[in-house]
Design a protein around this ligand. Structure first.
Ligand code: AMP
Length: 278
């Protein structure tokens, strides 16, 4: 496994590779990240993983400061997973002072849910993804459905910039009790961690009860269900159409619908989602 800190050296190394697969991450790696590495290995000749905690996508300074960093463990995990190339740049390598930030217009999809609750998040994410794509020049890039809205925004970015990159989604990987794997889970106290399964429990409960009820009743029911998990404060719970993330008012079951949840559990913010109508 080759490890690069220098973008020019990485670009030179990759320049003669055919079928490059890319998995961008912020490190503190877990089985969710590994599942994307494995997807890439199935389809590509060279798999590149980047580890970069992107300051531009954090709207909360403490979240950035507290974000877990476990580089040695990450490298061991990537090696074991068969990853070929790792890129671990310093902040200046990605954001040299002379290179201005871009402003992207993703339309309505960046104004709802994560876009509404984390101002500037998607623009910061798009800036780093664009810069990483320009360095790695992958043929395929892999993104988890855990961050479904991010996946939609990245697809939109590729369209806007007309990039020759295929975006491949990866299914959500969960812990045994259903909690979606996340680097932030390690920041939970044991009592918070025990209640965190309430997110998945609520998603599955709503999915099971979704036939015949209207969205408003279902969302009310979801909020009531979180009373069983007093450490959890829901930030938003909402249904959106999978194709454009438009808020669902009356269920149009001819389109795929996803239930999205964001919560605070102590100081930790967690998100999850589940397809309720295919
Ligand atoms: P992050 O390191 O959190 O920025 O995530 C890097 C990539 O891994 C993103 O495409 C995420 O959507 C994906 N990812 C994170 N957690 C999971 C999970 N539990 N299952 C599948 N993909 C995930």
């Amino acid at each position: 496994m080759e490890v690069f800190k220098d973008k020019l050296a990485l670009s030179a190394y990759l320049s003669n590779k055919t079928k490059v697969g890319f998995v961008p991450t912020m490190g503190a790696l877990h089985k969710g990240h590994v599942s994307l590495i494995k997807l890439s290995e199935q389809q590509c000749e060279t798999t590149v993983c980047s580890i970069f905690v992107n300051p531009a996508q954090f709207n909360d300074k403490n979240d950035l400061l507290n974000y877990p960093r476990t580089t040695e463990k990450d490298l061991a995990l990537l090696k074991e997973a068969g990853c070929n190339v790792v890129f671990i740049p310093e902040v200046d390598e990605i954001y040299p002072p002379h290179l201005p930030m871009q402003h992207y217009d993703f339309g309505a999809m960046e104004k709802v849910m994560e876009g509404e609750h984390r101002p500037g998040h998607f623009n910061g994410m798009a800036n780093v993804v664009q810069r990483l794509f320009a360095i790695v020049q992958p043929h395929f890039a892999f993104f988890g459905e855990k961050d479904f809205q991010q996946l939609c925004v990245v697809k939109q970015l590729v369209k806007l910039l007309n990039l020759p990159i295929t975006i491949v989604p990866g299914a959500i990987i969960r812990e045994e009790d259903g909690l979606a794997m996340s680097s932030r889970n390690m920041l939970l106290t044991p009592t918070e961690r025990a209640q965190a399964s309430g997110i998945y429990e609520t998603l599955t409960r709503i999915k099971t009860n979704s036939k015949g009820s209207n969205p408003h009743e279902l969302l009310q029911y979801a909020h009531e269900n979180f009373r069983n998990y007093p450490l959890i404060t829901p930030e938003y719970i909402q249904f959106a159409y999978a194709d454009n993330l438009e808020n669902v008012k009356a269920l149009d079951k001819s389109r795929a619908i996803i239930l999205f949840i964001a919560v605070k559990l102590g100081k930790v913010r967690l998100i999850d989602n589940m397809l309720v109508y295919e």
